[in-house]
Design a binder for this molecule. Structure first.
Ligand code: PEP
Length: 259
């Protein structure tokens, strides 16, 4: 039985006071007992991660996540943040390979393989994103693209992939991110089942069954209920809808009901 995850990706949004207000309101509205049934992660801008650790802002049971993490522990990489630095701030998760980083920062599969290794080495659970562009979907190439992106994981030494709960995948079709277009339940389930088969080839069926695979791409309280019912969908990576407390709380409640 995999515990669902609802992860907020706030991207480059919110200022310090907005973060404080969100969390206060979120604490008030989150129903009692729900955190025992769902893992909740909030990934704010890196500028605000220290608020979570220094001010103890997050409720117990809600984890902090970063939106990226470097492949080296330290060194001459201006503007970058390492997994070791994030761990030092009590961050538990890091999004790796988000399509916006692949697109705007030309992150290659090889770079992402390095980021995955560094993250796992430091004990930071990666939320590794894969997903096809519209041309690939229209051209029937979705599974080929996902297979290529998953190759970053085959480069990860087996000893770093011992605990399946320390790895999270996110299937995020690029055409669905921030567009209001959501994958159908059939498209999501097909892609998630494919990813789980890839995991099984990598480390065996039992291990693959314990890895959580999130769906991401225009998730809202209106469409999430159907998606979370898919056998291989274990939660959501949520951008836009996670910026509003009421919607985010609703998504967590839906995941808790589906669990
Ligand atoms: C994302 O950025 O990972 C995402 C899925 O965004 P949105 O929910 O806004 O589509």
């Amino acid at each position: 039985m995999r515990k669902p995850i609802v992860a907020a990706n706030w991207k480059m949004n919110k200022l310090k006071e907005d973060v404080r207000e969100f969390v206060q309101d979120f604490k008030r509205k989150l129903p009692h007992g729900v955190l025992g049934r769902v893992d909740v992660v909030i990934c704010p801008s890196v500028a605000h991660l220290a608020l979570f650790s220094h001010e103890g802002l997050l409720p117990v049971g809600v984890a902090a996540g970063a939106q990226d993490s470097h492949w080296e522990d330290k060194g001459a990489y201006t503007g970058c943040v390492s997994a070791a630095m994030l761990k030092d701030l009590k961050v538990r998760y890091a999004i790796i390979g988000h399509s916006e980083r692949r697109q705007h920062f030309s992150e290659s599969n090889a770079m992402l393989a390095g980021k995955l290794r560094a993250s796992l080495r430091s004990g930071l659970a990666p939320i590794f994103c894969v997903g096809e562009r519209l041309e690939a979907r229209d051209g029937g190439q979705t599974m080929n693209v996902l297979g290529e992106q998953m190759a970053a994981l085959s480069d990860t030494p087996a000893e770093l992939l011992g605990d399946p709960t320390q790895l999270v995948l996110a299937y995020e079709p690029v055409w669905a991110i921030g567009t209001g277009k959501v994958a159908t339940v059939e498209q999501a389930q097909e892609a998630h089942a494919f990813l789980r088969r890839q995991l099984s080839t990598l480390r065996g069926e039992a291990w693959a069954q314990d890895v959580r695979i999130l769906y991401g791409g225009s998730v809202t309280p209106e469409n999430f209920g159907a998606l979370i019912k898919c056998p291989d969908v274990d939660g959501g990576l949520v951008g836009g809808a996670s910026l509003e407390v009421d919607k985010f709380v609703k998504l967590i409640e839906i995941a808790a009901q589906g669990a």
